[in-house]
Design a protein around this ligand. Sequence first.
Ligand code: UT7
Length: 334
Amino acid sequence: MAKQVPCGVRIAGCGSAVPDKRLTNADLAAMVDTSDEWICQRTGIRERRILDPDKGETQLWLATTGLRNALDDAGMAGSDLDLVIHASVTSEMACPSNACRIAAAVDAQPAGAFDIVAACCGFVYAMNVADSLVRTGRYRSIGVVGCDAMTTAVDPTDRSVAILFGDAAGAAILVRDDDLNRGCIHQTLNADGRTWPSLFIPRKPSDLPPDREDSGARMGTLRMDGREVYKFAVGKFREVIEDALTATGLGVDDISQFVCHQSNIRIIESAMDKIGLPPEKVYINIDRFGNSSAGSVGLCLDQLWKAGKINEGETIIMVAFGGGLTWSSSVWKV
Ligand code: UT7
């Protein structure tokens, strides 16, 4: 445990993991009543990566691989971590947390470990919480990993959701830094729990909202009112980005990358149009990876990081929205 001296926060390394197995729009069209054209036009997705249970791949494996990759990038070992935070809605068990098992897999004991459930906002929520904890001076280094294996929570015969989601993990290692101005310079964590029936994963029939006719899909699979979530997301993306710019006194020109949750290309493009974000500052990988929920923003962050598109001294904004409904922003001086 570090001395309780306030400090800044540095991203020491990033990592990610995706399974090798691809699920293309053509594969989906062979399974449900849909088409490559419909999926591309409505979502921008061409293919996603999915776990291969025949190879023994699990959500836990994916999250652990993402965090290991970030530790390697930082040149650190699991034993260097004071805390592991894992964000997911598809953790293997209710108890223990996946974070405990991920921490064990990277030999991080006795580092603390806990899970965050904030759906697609999970990685951004976790980065905000981790920054705040390091900033107090109580923790020197925290491993953050957002990971969802949404294909384990989606009914493959439900075309309204099966086409959207893929499996991925994104991770970052945060360490203390003497520069107090470094790290997260503005953050928001928000939710409106009254809207939860727009997106949820029921465990048992009594979890269903009273007025809801069940689609017949099995318990443990995602129910989503796509149109409601779409309307919410289009408004929130714009609002969250504009609020973050106002709060920090920064303009679009001051930001090197807007790292957005990959939900639907139309949602991202709508924010780009309304705020006037230049395409080179808004990373898009939804065409190749679909919507990977808590994995999405961390996967983008790592791909930008490894491509040398996020450099020391630059400012980036991460934004996400998701089940809850939740929404969150995180502005970082890297
Ligand atoms: O990460 C947070 C989680 N969720 C989201 O971000 C999801 C946000 N919502 C969306 O991205 C979009 O609402 C969807 C991609 C899910 C759906 O697109 P949409 O343009 O809102 O379609 P819709 O639900 O309004 O459906 C339009 C039509 C309907 O047919 P009718 O009633 O017009 O005859 C649907 O039955 O398209 C039909 N449809 C499909 N057709 C072919 C719905 N899903 C499909 C499909 N293939 N997969």
